[in-house]
Design a protein. Structure first.
Ligand SMILES: [Mg+2]
Ligand SMILES: [Zn+2]
Lengths: 465, 490, 104
């Protein structure tokens, strides 16, 4: 490859790799939209400026984040062909850092799912084992990194939608502190839980992406006015004095012993670097799923009301009047899982049930947040757990909605509490990747990344698998 | 018809009307509540819209500081308690001019609560005070136009997201007249503190009424209905009367009023039930997750409080004390802050409040009306009117001339002295000139002159008239009178 | 508390989603299956526990009352399903004098 045009070379390589691994519909189905000509033009500009910490680095973006030129459909029929009239803050920051957008990636419709099977464009397939799911909802972004198409991809988190697919695909996945990254341009699912997350081939790739997109945005009232520290660390350092919490609720007797073994091996590796491991308890953990599904669906039922066929996107005029148009548009525009969640969310908010469900859930959410606060107040620097109860499952394996919801059992707590969390590969089970989750206190991403770098270094490539 | 009205009167005598009002007021900001789009009225459809107020996927609201300041200002003027923490909530319902499918409003923690406003005096002179339950912030919806295209509704979102305050009163009003008084006093107050254009025609002020009827002496409230769709204060009064009669008639038949929304039809002068879907009231309010709680620190609130202008009541009291004007004059002169400012300008600069009051309530209001000007930008500036008053007082122009001069001032905006010169309306007081006219008149009317000298004083007036005529009205009548008397005496 | 067919019909009406009978039956089953787990929360003592509401103690940030308007990179006509004379066009309400929901 010539070196005068590093950006164009890197972008060409990315598209070549897409071909090679069949990233499109007929293959892994992890890429929904791309335009090599357009991306190469961007790369040309990047070569001419050749500035920014991500100069010429190709990246991919989940299809629920607003971008120029390429569609933003949230993998939903209701946004078929919709191209955003503005660009998300996170995409703008990546672009200004020199990165070049090469793909919009597949996901569960409106990020509602844990397998990327609930996509209007069909399920994505796991690059490690194509008969299995990528996890979700940001499965496509996890897959394009795992398949070596891009080193960095953006996804979104509401209950584990970056960490869980990262674990299933064997890459690094980060959910920042709530408010650390702007949500402007992220199509809302559950506003009080949503955060844009980053996938990286390595811990430092993810750290670099996070450094670029993080920080206050005047267009998001919930974005925090906090300085963004350096998040890249030398993984060969020691962790003397660092205390790592091991919450017993995340290691239930029902947990696959091999999963327990992999995660405890990770803890041993960190002990080997001087860290102290401390048994702790986060007692309200088992309530996370009910709390999460009440709050998330309630907010979703309201956030998805704007998809009404009036101003943009898909419209079905139906047979009669305005109400007919609304109902035809929304009934045919939304898939079954989205419909299910809109109805559940409408139910828990509707007259007479608010206190029993929504208010109660917000109270228990407070208790879950306190659990973390107490643990960190008692000298714990970070908490380490399995990211998921199991490795990637077969496509179609989880039929019942609630069975699928249980995938988020170890990840939803961090969204509810708003604390930062990330998944790092820690080996495989039967050749399938598994991840360990590192959780830190609000705005202490630096501590989290430092431990993650050391863990990655200590275990070696692919978590030592 | 007439008899039916009499029946109605007979019935209503046994019942008492109980009214509470919900008033929506558009705040006078440059940009919308949650985005930077302009709030200008009458722009081309959907021009003042952006990703936020179009509710494009992924857009988010950011609160306008001026909207908060104006809302707090209104809350202070209504003597409300301002809550240091208030919470925005989503009011969920589908309507094509509501882009997000929910309205950002406030629900169980509003900006302010527990205020009051005096709307007049009882017969015994005690004040009639109406309680203000709450004042909260919310955003306006767009406009749906149903009669522009056949079979379709046209949606204009320029108004979507314009900041509003909703002012909810206690059910403290006992007649349509009190409701009318409440609205007029509220409008005046909001004009004084300059938070809104309060223009019901342009929809910057909108009124919904909750009405119930109960037998006189009854202390419990009857079942209320909500009356909507009034577009003038008098319309509100007429709608309340109509609905009250309807309810009384129902109660009189021993039947029950059921809670529903009634729509006022001004043309027909009647109320009819709105065809509302039963679920339309399940708004599923919950805290707006895109906006953290609104926190107002004490200093900020008192800063707003301290820069409140003089309120109507205070101004009326001051006018009475400072200018010793009649209650009636004061009511007219303080009806709007602009008029009161204008009057004070004239009164101070002419140092003649009485004359100033007469001119402002007479010529000025008439001219403003006929020329369709706004008093604030009236072509006759207070300083010029004050000067005109001085010219009359010092005898440089006659009262009649002054009226002519004022008309010219309205048209040209020129200063009075200049006009008086140009039009030759300055009174001639120069002795030699006056004596010349007087002598001419005496010469031309020897008979009258003689009889005057013989003591027939009543001829004085006639001859003065002759002189005035000769001078084309420019002679100073007092001096002419003196001169003629002297001549007669000699 | 179990979800009935009427509940599902009611929330579907609120959410402007049309459902055929078969789907209503499925949803009654699915929603009850999910809400069963939600009822776990009933057992938790939350006496005096503040519900989580909003983030950040600083309170919502305030912006100055000034433009410029956030620009649209694509004209409205490009993404609107139906536009005429600059208006978004929708089928007319069956009862368009029904202004009950059309409030400020
Ligand atoms: Mg309102
Ligand atoms: Zn706007």
């Amino acid at each position: 490859m010539s070196t005068e045009h590093p950006a164009r070379d890197a972008v060409r390589a990315a598209f070549a790799r897409m071909e090679e691994v069949k990233a499109g519909r007929d293959g892994l189905n992890c890429v929904l939209w791309s335009d090599s000509g357009w991306s190469l033009d961007l790369a040309k500009e990047a070569d001419e400026r050749s500035s920014g910490v991500l100069a010429g680095v190709p990246f991919a973006v989940k299809d629920n984040i607003a971008t120029h030129h390429l569609p933003t459909t949230c993998a939903s029929r209701i946004l078929e062909g919709y191209v955003s009239a503005y660009e998300a803050t996170v995409v703008k920051r990546m672009r200004e850092a020199g990165a070049v957008l090469v793909a919009k990636t597949n996901c569960d419709e409106f990020a509602m799912g844990s397998s990327t099977e609930h996509s209007a464009y069909g399920p994505a397939r796991n690059p490690v084992c194509p008969s299995r799911v990528t996890g979700g909802s940001s499965g496509g972004s996890a897959a394009v990194v795992a398949a070596g198409i891009v080193p960095i991809a953006l996804g979104s988190e509401t209950g584990g939608s970056v960490r869980q697919p990262a674990a299933f695909c064997g890459v690094v996945g980060v959910k920042p502190t709530y408010g650390r990254v702007s949500r402007y341009g992220l199509v809302a699912f559950a506003s009080s839980l949503d955060q844009v997350g980053v996938f990286g081939a390595t811990v430092n790739d993810a750290a670099l992406g996070m450094e670029v997109i993080a920080g206050r945005d005047e267009r998001d009232s919930t974005s925090a006015d906090r300085p963004v520290p350096r998040l890249r660390f030398d993984g060969s350092q020691r962790l003397d004095g660092v205390v790592i919490g091991r919450p017993r609720e995340y290691f239930p007797d029902s947990l696959d012993p091999r999963m327990r073994e992999r995660v405890d091996a990770a803890l041993d590796a960190l002990r080997g670097r001087g860290a102290e491991v401390k048994e702790i308890s986060l007692e309200h953990t088992d309530l996370a799923i009910p709390v999460y599904y009440i709050i998330a669906t309630a907010e979703a039922s309201s956030n998805l009301a704007r998809f009404d066929g009036v101003r943009y996107g898909f419209r079905d005029n139906g047979d009669e009047g305005l109400k007919g148009m609304y109902e035809a548009t929304r009934s045919h525009g939304f898939g079954p899982e989205v419909t299910r969640r809109i109805l559940l969310g409408t139910y828990v908010l509707s007259a007479g049930y608010y206190d029993a469900y929504y208010k109660k859930a917000q109270q228990v959410r407070t208790l879950i947040t306190r659990d973390f606060g107490d643990a960190f107040d008692n000298g714990v620097d970070v908490i380490l757990t399995p990211t998921t109860p199991t490795p990637a499952f077969e496509l179609g394996a989880k039929a019942e909605p609630y069975e699928m919801y249980l995938n988020d059992i170890f990840t939803a707590t961090a969204n509810l509490a708003g604390v930062p969390a990330m998944s790092v590969p820690v080996g495989t089970i039967d050749g399938l990747p598994v991840g360990a989750q590192i959780i830190a206190r609000h705005f202490e991403e630096a501590k989290m990344f430092r431990v993650a770098s050391v863990l990655e270094h200590a275990l070696g490539a692919n978590g030592g698998a | 018809m007439a008899t039916r009205v009499r029946e109605a009167d007979a019935i209503t005598e046994r019942y008492e009307m109980v009214v509470g009002l919900e008033v929506h007021v558009q705040l006078r900001t440059k940009t919308k509540a949650f985005c930077k789009c302009s709030t200008t009225f009458g722009a081309a459809p959907n021009v003042n819209t952006c990703p936020v107020c179009l509710a494009l996927p992924g857009s988010l609201p950011v609160l306008n500081e001026e909207a908060v300041a104006l809302a707090v200002r209104a809350a202070c003027a209504l003597q409300c308690d301002i809550n240091p923490v208030s919470i925005f909530a989503r009011k969920n319902y589908f309507y094509p001019d509501l882009p997000k499918g929910y309205q950002i409003s406030q629900y169980d923690q509003p900006l302010a609560s527990n205020g009051r406003m005096v709307i007049g005096k009882n017969a015994d002179g005690t004040p009639i005070t109406i309680g203000i339950t709450r004042l909260h912030m919310e955003e306006d919806a767009g406009k749906s136009i149903h009669d522009r295209f056949p079979g379709a509704s046209a949606i204009d979102l320029n108004r979507a997201g314009v900041p509003l305050i909703e002012i909810v009163s206690e059910p403290d009003m006992r007649s349509s007249a009190e409701a009318g008084a409440y609205l007029r006093v509220l409008k005046q107050l909001l004009e004084y503190i300059d938070v809104s254009d309060v223009n019901m025609e342009e929809g910057s002020l909108r009124v919904d009424a909750n009405v119930s009827a109960r037998e006189r002496g009854e202390t419990r409230l009857g079942t209320k209905t909500e009356v909507k769709n009034m577009n003038s204060f008098s319309g509100v009064e007429r709608a309340l009367e109509a609905e009250f009669v309807r309810q009384c008639t129902i109660l009189e038949r021993g039947q029950k009023v059921h809670q529903q929304t009634m729509l006022w039809d001004g043309a027909r002068g009647e109320v009819r039930p709105a065809r509302s879907k039963e679920e339309s009231h399940d708004y599923r309010y919950f805290p707006e997750p895109d906006l953290p709680p609104l926190r107002l620190d004490r200093d900020w609130i008192s800063k707003v409080k301290n820069c409140l202008p003089e309120l109507p009541q205070a101004r009326q009291e001051r006018f009475a004390a400072e200018y010793s004007l009649s209650a009636g004059d004061i009511e007219v002169l303080t009806s709007s802050p602009a008029l009161a400012d204008y009057f004070e300008g004239v009164a101070r600069q002419s140092d003649d409040p009485k004359a100033a009051a007469n001119w402002v309530m007479g010529e000025v209001l008439a001219a403003v009306k006929t020329t369709g000007q706004k008093i604030a930008h009236f072509s006759v500036r207070p300083a010029d009117l004050a000067r005109l008053i001085e010219l009359v007082r010092d005898g440089f122009v006659s009262n009649t001339a002054a009226k002519k001069i004022f008309v010219a001032m309205v048209e040209t905006g020129d200063p009075p002295a200049k006009i008086a010169e140009r039009e030759g309306l300055v009174q001639v007081r120069d002795a030699s000139e006056l004596e010349k006219w007087v002598d001419e008149v005496l010469a031309e009317n020897p008979e009258e002159a003689k009889r005057l000298r013989d003591g027939e004083k009543k001829l004085l007036g006639v001859l003065v008239g002759q002189v005035m005529k000769k001078s084309k009205g420019r002679a100073d009548p007092r001096r002419v009178n003196q001169l003629l008397s002297e001549r007669a005496g000699s | 508390m179990a979800v009935t067919r009427d509940d599902v019909a009611h929330v579907a009406e609120l959410a402007r989603i049309a459902l055929d009978d078969a789907r209503v039956n499925d949803l009654v089953r699915e929603l009850n299956g999910i809400l069963l787990h939600m009822d776990e929360l009933r057992k938790v003592d939350t006496e005096g526990v503040e519900p989580t509401a909003g983030v950040g103690d600083a309170g919502t940030p305030l912006r100055p009352d000034e433009g410029p308007q956030i620009p649209l990179d694509r004209p409205r006509e490009k993404f609107a399903p139906a536009m005429r004379d600059g208006f978004f066009i929708v089928p007319r309400l069956s009862t368009h004098e029904d202004v009950v929901e059309d409030e400020g």
